[in-house]
Ligand binder design. Sequence first.
Ligand code: URA
Length: 194
Amino acid sequence: LQARTTPCDRCPLGKTRTNLVFGEGNPNADIVFVGEAPGFEEDRQGRPFVGRAGQLLNDIITKGMGLRREEVYICNVLKCRPPQNRTPNPQEIIACSPYLLEQLRIIQPKVIIALGSPAAKTLLNTNESITRIRGRFFPFPFDERRPEAGSCQLMPTFHPAYLLRNPAEKSKVWEDIKTVLQYLGRPIPGRKKA
Ligand code: URA
């Protein structure tokens, strides 16, 4: 899929990007993180979440979940950086989201963690605000037209860039992460065994 995706000119961002940021990580991951779109550093390096928000995501994965970054898969709704990091527009999402949906169908994770509003709204096809929907699971079918393609659980939570601006909200993301770890039957770092 990555080879078929690159280069892409399905939307005008193809003209302004430096690199297409397809995503990276374990293709057999149980957990996939989906962000919004590449920023400056991601566009420069061609890798997702390698700037400041990426540092915080790394901490969430390693310190918060006790996992290595290589064990999960990380990608975005948009594969190319919107100028000045503006919010993705509907045309861009319509053009680009088939790539994301195909990625998820291939990886078949057990849990998708949707980081922030564009990821949650795109994947759940809703207009509900992230504040209202975060913290609980939603079923995510890998192919809406083919139930036999299977499904997984989707957890919406706040985006790490939002947490950098609003550190007091970190405890809510921690709650959401614990819910995911419990669902997967994984140990919760820092909690003593009973
Ligand atoms: N923010 C995102 O949503 N994705 C990235 O890859 C980096 C920052």
